[in-house]
Design a protein around this ligand. Structure first.
Ligand SMILES: [Zn+2]
Length: 671
């Protein structure tokens, strides 16, 4: 089909085969930069200069983005083939899901009609006491209800139990600060947000006057919810998101909101107690349901029904949504081409269906064996590190070693795949598919209530370029998507692989011992297993990192938040230390000399360059500002420089002098 020229079309409308990504890229290095002054500039300078951000991206990272694009392309090939000629029932299911998404003609034809039932439910709201019923109807039908989040999770103090949990929600902007902080940047965004909401209501058929009034109501309610919300930084502390209530006491907290109706509507099984993550939020919701007139609530819910489906609506809605949430908020110049949007949507909705076939093509059994070896080398290095820590007493060391010994490793993909039986997919009904998938996911989540924990379940889909540590399960998880070049390349020397996937493994392991993870014991329960003296020493060391990263700037006038990013920074620093120790052991065993060179670099230099080149990136300023508020990870520049300047082996590897920026006289070290 011929594409009409469009000013908003992305550069890569048509799928193109991905290039392979080098694990060690000499051409990325800026040899004119001094590694001892700014190592990120040295390792990445040329790459950063020569790789501008494609118009459909907000951040362009040498490793993460390129690999994500590669994995997405390979996934698209599968989806496209299945959509045209499905050979198995599974292929039919995900092929039809993709086909419904890619069919924009049908999306245009249907207009807002797929949202009619949800919009009618909102229109029928007559009484603030019925908001609970409305939330239940919306969540129960996959619309989904915006006001709060309800689901099942492990009890933080008895990780063998799966219990009901309810927590704050209800916002459209990326963080509570966007509603609250009074500076020109946020004031401008708030103004444009209200204009955007007004336009969306107008597109939905309201008069400009009505739309403006409705948008004002949305802003008022969301601002009140933002003020009642706990900050991301505070939520990192387990004691700030763990409050066990009986259902009766929880109901007393918000007497005007009938939770029993909500629980019935979403079809959750019986429970007597639940974790109310953010009690103050629910008190505030109660006050709001009593104080705000019903028309404002209708505007609020009407907005969320439209906004929640905006990317799956006709072009006029899609474009207006992109203009604000893509361009204004994130600085993105053009939307992702439809094939990318639909591939990612299918991965999110049917991840373990598509993933089963994806790993057959992209993750050979040998890769799993190699990873097992690497993980074992890293575990040993972390164990040795704990044994030799000068600031930790024997009692705490014993508990830390016990926790490390209990780590479980999940590599590549689930041993047992989830079933999507019962999820109806209709080739001609995109929004219906998304809603049925949301209901299916919620029912799957709610089915965990009261059951034993299934340690074989995964929280990420196989093609995902990421990894995670779960404190409640005390396990580290590496999807097949990240176990590829440039993170892991069998043809490379160990130094480069340890700087890539080795640091990633070390990072996830260190999460078990960062400021948050260290509050959970070997069984995944929140319990203080530290002696008070050792904990004091630990806090001293993490405070050093908080202050250090607070000082790193990501955009004019915007610095990292040292407390929000503390866990990730600790994991970055620890990962770099222990992967280096693991590399030294492997080199000793394999007889690799520390002075041997490849392409003019010693193993230590190749290790650090390999690590630095994981983080080469260009980011749009709006996105850099947003991430500083919302992302617990530091930016690539500081993930690199922050970590190497805290590690004296780096300065030694590059012949730096004490006192130079990358080899300061005093530095921070936790693990
Ligand atoms: Zn992390």
């Amino acid at each position: 089909m011929a594409q009409a020229p469009s000013t908003t079309a992305a550069d890569n409308e048509k799928p193109a085969p991905p290039t392979t990504i080098k694990s060690f890229d000499a051409s990325a290095i800026d040899t004119s930069a001094d590694p001892c002054k700014d190592f990120y500039q040295y390792a990445c300078g040329n790459w950063v200069k020569n790789n501008p951000i494609p118009s459909d991206q907000v951040r362009w990272a040498r490793s993460f983005s390129l690999l994500q694009e590669r994995n997405r392309y390979l996934l698209w090939q599968e989806l496209d083939a299945a959509a045209k000629d499905a050979k198995t029932p599974l292929e039919k299911q995900y092929g039809d899901f993709y086909a419904a998404c890619i069919n924009t003609d049908l999306v245009e034809q249907k207009g807002l009609s797929p949202l009619e039932p949800a919009l009618q439910q909102v229109a029928d709201l007559r009484d603030p006491h019925k908001i609970a019923t409305l939330m239940g109807e919306l969540d129960g039908e996959g619309a989904p209800g915006p006001l709060f989040r309800f689901g099942i999770g492990q009890d933080e103090k008895d990780s063998s139990k799966q219990i009901a949990e309810i927590s704050q929600g209800g916002l459209s902007l990326p963080d509570r600060d966007y509603y609250i902080v009074d500076n020109p940047h946020f004031q401008q965004i708030r103004k444009e947000y209200v204009e955007h909401v007004t336009k969306m209501f107008t597109l939905a058929g309201d008069s400009p006057e009505t739309a403006a009034k409705e948008a004002g109501a949305v802003m008022e309610i969301e601002t009140a919810l933002a003020k009642a919300s706990t900050s991301r930084t505070d939520l990192r502390q387990p004691e700030n998101h763990y409050h066990i209530y009986t259902v009766a006491d929880f109901q007393k907290l918000a007497p005007d909101f009938d939770f029993s109706i909500y629980f019935t509507d979403v079809k959750v099984g019986h429970f007597d107690t639940l974790n109310v993550a953010t009690p103050n939020f629910f008190k505030a919701v109660n006050e709001l349901t009593a104080s705000e007139p019903i028309d404002k609530w209708k505007s609020y819910f009407r907005w969320h029904v439209i906004h929640g489906s905006a990317t799956n609506l006709p072009k006029a809605f899609f474009d207006e949504n992109f203009a604000f949430f893509g361009k204004t908020l994130a600085g993105q110049q053009a939307p992702l081409p439809r094939w990318k949007q639909c591939t990612s949507l299918t991965d999110r909705s049917l991840g373990e269906a598509v993933g089963q076939d994806w790993v057959k093509q992209n993750f050979p059994p040998a890769a799993k064996e190699n990873m097992d070896k690497l993980v074992a080398a890293l575990e040993k290095a972390l164990g040795d590190d704990i044994k030799t820590l000068p600031w930790m007493g024997d009692e705490t060391k014993k508990a830390a070693e016990e926790k490390l010994a209990m780590f479980r490793n999940k590599i590549g993909y689930p041993e047992k795949w989830r079933s999507y039986a019962g999820l109806k997919v209709d080739r001609n009904d995109l929004i219906g598919n998304v809603q049925r998938s949301a209901v299916f996911e919620m029912q799957w989540d709610l089915s965990h209530l009261g059951k034993p924990v299934d340690e074989k379940e995964w929280g990420m889909t196989p093609p995902t370029v990421n990894a995670y540590y779960s404190a409640s399960q005390n396990d580290i998880n590496f999807p097949a998507g990240i176990l590829q070049p440039p993170f892991f390349d069998n043809s490379m020397d160990p130094a480069v692989n340890f700087g890539g996937i080795g640091v990633v493994i070390g990072h996830e392991m260190t999460h078990g011992f960062d400021d948050e993870g260290s509050q959970y014991d070997a069984q995944g329960n929140v319990r203080m297993w530290w002696t008070p003296e050792d904990r004091k020493e630990f806090d001293k060391r993490t405070d050093c990192e908080v202050k250090e990263y607070d000082g790193f700037q990501v955009a004019p006038g915007a610095n990292l938040n040292g407390k929000l990013t503390l866990g990730e920074n600790t994991a970055d620093n620890g990962g770099l230390h222990i992967a280096y120790q693991a590399l030294l052991s492997v080199m000793a065993k394999d007889g690799i000399s520390p002075t041997s060179e490849i392409d003019g670099y010693t193993p230590a230099q190749r290790y650090f360059i390999g690590f630095g080149q994981v983080w080469c990136e260009n980011t749009r300023e709006q996105t850099a500002r947003m991430r500083a508020k919302t992302d617990p990870h530091s930016s690539g520049q500081w993930r690199t420089n922050g970590s190497v300047q805290n590690f004296d082996e780096f300065g030694k590897a590059f012949g730096c002098k004490v006192g130079q920026p990358m080899m300061p006289a005093t530095s921070c070290r936790v693990w």
